[in-house]
Design a binder for this molecule. Sequence first.
Ligand SMILES: Nc1ncnc2c1ncn2[C@@H]1O[C@H](COP(=O)(O)OP(=O)(O)OP(=O)(O)O)[C@@H](O)[C@H]1O
Ligand SMILES: [Mg+2]
Length: 282
Amino acid sequence: MEREELKELEEMEGPAERAEVEERAKELFCTNRVAAHGGVHSHSNECRDGEPLISLNNITKNYGARDAEGSAVVLALKGVNLQICRGEYVAVMGSSGSGKSTLMNILGSLDLPSGGSYLFNGKDLKDFSERELARLRNREIGFVFQSFNLLAGSNALDNVALPLVYAGVPLKERRERALEALREVGLEGRAYHRPAQMSGGERQRVAIARALINKPLLILADEPTGNLDTANSIEIMRLFEKIHLSGRTLIVVTHEEEIAAFAERIIRVRDGIIVEDKILAK
Ligand SMILES: Nc1ncnc2c1ncn2[C@@H]1O[C@H](COP(=O)(O)OP(=O)(O)OP(=O)(O)O)[C@@H](O)[C@H]1O
Ligand SMILES: [Mg+2]
């Protein structure tokens, strides 16, 4: 989606257009849309402030459809039970193919589970319409991806403001809030740079500013430092620490123990189940 399209979106009004905008928002932020469905491990922790922000109950995810030989189904998640309280900072670890991204996609409602239930902020996502799910992704959840997922033709300011376009915020306010978000990640001096004119670390900070712009309850980051060198990775983790200290709930997938050590809880996934769930002593 380039500048013209963005402009087009900005000029749209009325319910039909809004639905289309939401559809495009979905496309933009979806990574993995495959039809959905079955193992077991549980960690139950009481949350100080009542119900957990996230409660997964026996979540399963099967990819693909059974072929004639009945061999095409991948059991990516085999019964995940997980509760995460508001304000927690959780790292998700596990080898390649263990199901981390599948889990993150379900947590972000980018994909539906094949079985089990998911309660977000006390509400069962099964009861949500597509429209309500799109709204949830736009307002309550901020996404950060390994490959940044920025619009190449838009500058940092417009990239950061994008979720506000979908939220129907007027242009002037969008610009102000995007600039403020860029300031928070130390990039106000790069507001008019396009992604190609920024370093990898800067691009990821723009993506984080975009994830924060709607003040979401939850930030999901799937290998946010996977494309960065050590110095930039540390910079990004400092930023996540700041976000955590401001009270947000953070879930970060990583392959690196040093990155996971920034979190206060580590969950390990193996072959579609949670095999370890531990609180780090700080
Ligand atoms: N869209 C898909 N269609 C079919 N199978 C899939 C799909 N996405 C993932 N899988 C399979 O599901 C399993 C879990 O994949 P997932 O992407 O969740 O792993 P991961 O832990 O994130 O791995 P990595 O560390 O390499 O990112 C793998 O066996 C993978 O091949
Ligand atoms: Mg992955």
